[in-house]
Write a protein that binds this ligand. Structure first.
Ligand SMILES: C[S@@+](CC[C@H](N)C(=O)[O-])C[C@H]1O[C@@H](n2cnc3c(N)ncnc32)[C@H](O)[C@@H]1O
Length: 183
């Protein structure tokens, strides 16, 4: 499975020429309290850099729902992770997160970890995903995403309160991690 090959086929939905680094994965997850999390949701797993770290650190009873819309990434990662405890992997769009939560009887998310390329997704798709995320996030929950620039910061501010922005240099390209709460 080549990340670059998928990027060349779907540049706007993949949105990056290489997977994120382990350093970015660590930074994305540094505010996650794994021993208290009941539900973690990941959007856009790609080759699974964040997924791997979440599965390593989550408690067995924590439900981990993953939504990926690229069939190549989905198939590969489903084979790898479907036997893990309480891990549910869906092929589809993060726009439909509520539908998947209903399917698995999940009420609220403590953490939504997003690898989605909001800068290159159609505006209507970004808006639908952010609206749905606001609805499913617990009052004390966090929405965590990364961006290569802060040009689109405003779109997040329309839906969430940004609690923290932190730059990870060891990534190609360097990326900002945005940690947000519901407004
Ligand atoms: C920049 S890659 C990030 C992959 C991985 N999280 C990482 O950081 O290396 C974006 C991922 O989001 C997926 N994606 C794009 N639009 C999506 C959508 N609407 N719903 C779910 N996944 C989506 C792409 O297929 C791709 O796997």
């Amino acid at each position: 499975m080549s990340f670059l090959a998928e990027y060349l086929k779907h540049p706007f939905t993949i949105g990056a020429v290489a997977p994120s680094s382990k350093y970015l994965a660590k930074k994305m997850l540094r505010n996650v309290t794994f021993n208290q999390a009941r539900v973690i949701i990941e959007y856009g797993l790609g080759t699974g850099v964040f997924t791997e770290e979440i599965i390593k650190r989550k408690k067995p009873e924590t439900v981990f729902l993953i939504i990926e819309n690229n069939p190549v990434f989905y198939k590969k990662l489903k084979e790898k992770y479907e036997s893990e405890c309480n891990v549910k992997i869906e092929l589809g769009s993060a726009e439909d997160v509520e539908k998947y939560m209903e399917k698995w009887k999940i009420k609220r998310a403590d953490y939504v970890i997003s690898g989605l390329p909001f800068a290159s997704l159609p505006k209507s798709v970004s808006k639908a995903i952010l609206t749905a995320t606001g609805k499913i996030l617990d009052a004390n929950g966090y929405f965590i995403t990364f961006q290569y620039t802060l040009f689109k910061k405003k779109i997040f501010e329309n839906y969430f309160k940004i609690k923290d922005i932190s730059l990870e240099w060891v990534n190609l390209p360097p990326a900002f991690v945005l940690t947000m709460k519901n407004n």
